[in-house]
Design a protein around this ligand. Structure first.
Ligand SMILES: [Zn+2]
Length: 69
């Protein structure tokens, strides 16, 4: 459901790792966000965390998923 490769979980800044900020653009998700998938790390197969992204039409969501019509 997500075509983009998630960044390495190990490299995520704290707010993104914790789900407070968009994993892609770093915008605050205090107004809402949606799951971007599970970010894992090449440094540890058990190291994985669910991360979040901007809602469609908000933040980078408007650029990443433009309307098809
Ligand atoms: Zn974003």
């Amino acid at each position: 459901m997500n075509a983009r490769q998630l960044p390495d979980a190990w490299d995520l800044p704290r707010p993104r790792y914790s789900g407070y900020a968009c994993v892609w653009c770093g915008a605050s998700l205090m107004q809402g966000g949606r799951s971007a998938g599970i970010a894992s790390s090449a440094r540890g197969k058990r190291y994985a965390v669910e991360v979040y992204e901007c809602l469609p039409g908000q933040g980078c969501g408007s650029r990443a998923a433009p309307p098809k019509d």
